[in-house]
Design a protein around this ligand. Structure first.
Ligand code: UDP
Length: 236
């Protein structure tokens, strides 16, 4: 497999073509951003930490039967992934109230959500990723009924798998965001799963161990990402 030219560069990752039209190289950079790209920084070693973290989680999900685009690790910062036609909708599950849910609905941070909530957002930084519902997705052609059903089912399946994985390692999976795409018409989990796209709290102390450390200037961002990984069994 040969890595060819860069196809796309996002806020934290870059995608490269390969000599196989169905496979891309996903490179995790040290760049980090929050608040729709307004707050930016480079965090040393973030690329390799998130690459290995994502590989570990995606492999666990694949073992449990979730279709994922991750194929294998290529290097410290690179993974081989299947080419996806991305669906521009972010799927968010919340087990505990935090972030935009608290701001939007005046809910106290930390309230347990049973059953968990499920929300859709349009992936569009200029519009600040507005919340949408399934009717919008259908009406504007972002996803079909069948795709929306499949995205919801996969997002909740991921919750069952990861909630217990984090719990057993002394952490609470508060919320997370997933993005899906299509491979030969099949809804497949894309993007990444890392502490950049979820909230994780220490079960004993309530300490934040995810990207809120960057958003809220709490410090030691990557040290905490690594600690989350170490507890789960990621080999850095
Ligand atoms: N999230 C993300 N990318 C986004 C928006 C949200 O990864 O563009 C993640 C975020 O890290 C959190 C979850 O989705 O784990 C829910 O985010 P929320 O809606 O609370 O928004 P935020 O408070 O991050 O603005």
């Amino acid at each position: 497999m040969q890595k060819l030219e860069e196809l796309y560069s996002g806020k934290a990752k870059s995608i490269f073509k390969t000599d196989d039209a169905d496979l891309f190289v996903m490179e995790f950079r040290d760049d980090t951003s929050a608040f729709d790209g307004v707050k930016k920084a480079k965090l040393s070693r973030k690329g390799e930490v998130n690459n290995k973290f994502n590989a570990f989680i995606m492999s666990k999900l694949a073992e449990a039967g979730v279709p994922v685009h991750f194929v294998r690790l290529l290097s410290e910062r690179e993974s081989l992934v299947k080419r996806l036609q991305m669906i521009p909708v972010e799927c968010v599950v919340r087990n505990v109230a935090a972030g935009s849910l608290c701001r939007r609905l005046g809910i106290r941070e930390g309230m347990e959500l049973t059953p968990p909530t499920y929300e859709l957002f349009l992936k569009n930084d200029e519009l600040h990723d507005p919340m949408i519902n399934e009717h919008h997705a259908r009406a504007f052609g972002w996803a079909t009924d069948e795709q929306l059903e499949e995205m919801k089912a996969q997002t909740f399946k991921v919750n069952e798998i990861l909630k217990s994985l984090f719990d057993a390692a002394g952490m609470t999976l508060v919320d997370y965001k997933l993005e899906f795409g299509l491979v030969d018409g099949k809804v497949t989990l894309g993007d990444e799963f890392s502490p950049d796209g979820c909230r994780i709290w220490d079960k004993a102390t309530g300490e934040k161990m995810d990207k809120d450390r960057f958003r809220q200037d709490l410090g030691d961002v990557i040290e905490y990402y690594e600690e989350v990984g170490r507890r789960l069994g990621v080999q850095f």
